[in-house]
Design a protein around this ligand. Structure first.
Ligand SMILES: NC(=O)c1ccc[n+]([C@@H]2O[C@H](COP(=O)([O-])OP(=O)(O)OC[C@H]3O[C@@H](n4cnc5c(N)ncnc54)[C@H](OP(=O)(O)O)[C@@H]3O)[C@@H](O)[C@H]2O)c1
Length: 230
């Protein structure tokens, strides 16, 4: 058996079938897309409705009877958390949750004014100190600088939260200039890779954690999210 694997991952037999029966392949892709768009969302919602009450009940029980536990979370008091994309959305609210737990924060994003506002609220919620650094995560030098600024300011780093990202709706077939798509990869992929690379030595010292905010689009492909899902 000599199954040669082609560029798109199909072996030579599958490619011969695809080339010989393009209409059958299109029909199969239509069925897959219909499944992803019509069947999966309600299945996910129903599954979450069934699972979440159980998880929240377990969390409540564990938080009441044993503290700290793997389910009640880590004691963040005195720890330092760096969050990329802390100026709005999920990153902003993660900052508030860490602040309530007593963590010091390093907030990264391009909009410094918004970061300062988040920092003010985070201090109000219990964070002892918040460092704000305006930076672009797609630029390697800026990532190096903000990790260094965090460690110089606080002397340690316990959690790195790679959250900065942008969304894009674009089908591969509609791309007219491939160069226009690289900024998404620079932010969503390299923008997590660079800070991780510079933070790892400090996280090893503190036995810290790396938290990456990813999307279900990464495993559940969608035609209009070709690049975002990568
Ligand atoms: N919302 C969802 O349903 C969802 C679902 C799954 C995953 N996610 C992921 O969760 C993350 C946050 O999403 P969100 O909904 O909270 O979006 P959002 O409100 O638009 O927040 C994105 C954050 O990333 C920052 N950011 C964007 N580009 C940046 C860059 N080049 N350098 C530094 N910071 C940058 C933005 O700050 P500045 O503009 O100030 O730079 C902002 O703080 C994203 O990675 C997204 O892919 C979101």
């Amino acid at each position: 058996m000599d199954a040669h694997v082609g560029m798109n991952g199909l072996d030579s037999f599958s490619m011969r079938v695809a080339l010989a029966h393009p209409s059958k392949c299109r029909a199969a892709m239509d069925v897959i897309h219909k499944f992803i768009h019509l069947v999966l969302p309600p299945v996910i919602v129903v599954t979450l409705c069934l699972i979440l009450p159980f998880i929240f009940t377990m969390k409540l029980v564990f938080s009441l009877i044993m503290r700290p536990s793997p389910l009640s979370g880590e004691n963040m008091s005195g720890k330092v958390v760096l969050i990329t994309g802390g100026s709005s959305g999920i990153g902003e609210h993660l900052a508030y949750e860490y602040a309530k737990g007593g963590a010091s924060l390093v907030l990264i994003a391009r909009r410094e004014n918004s970061l300062r506002e988040v920092a003010r609220k985070a201090v109000g919620l219990g964070s002892p100190d918040v460092l704000v650094v305006g930076a672009d995560v797609s630029k390697v030098d800026e990532c190096k600088q903000f990790v260094e600024a965090a460690v110089n300011h606080f002397g340690r780093l316990d959690h790195l939260v790679c959250n900065a990202g942008i969304i894009s709706f674009c089908a591969f077939k509609d791309v007219t200039s491939i160069a226009s798509c690289t900024s998404l990869m620079d932010i969503n992929f390299w923008g997590s890779f660079y800070p991780t690379y510079f933070a790892v030595p400090h996280l090893k010292r503190s036995k810290g954690k790396i938290i990456v905010n990813a999307s279900s689009s990464g495993w559940m492909g969608s035609p209009a999210m070709t690049f975002y899902g990568v």
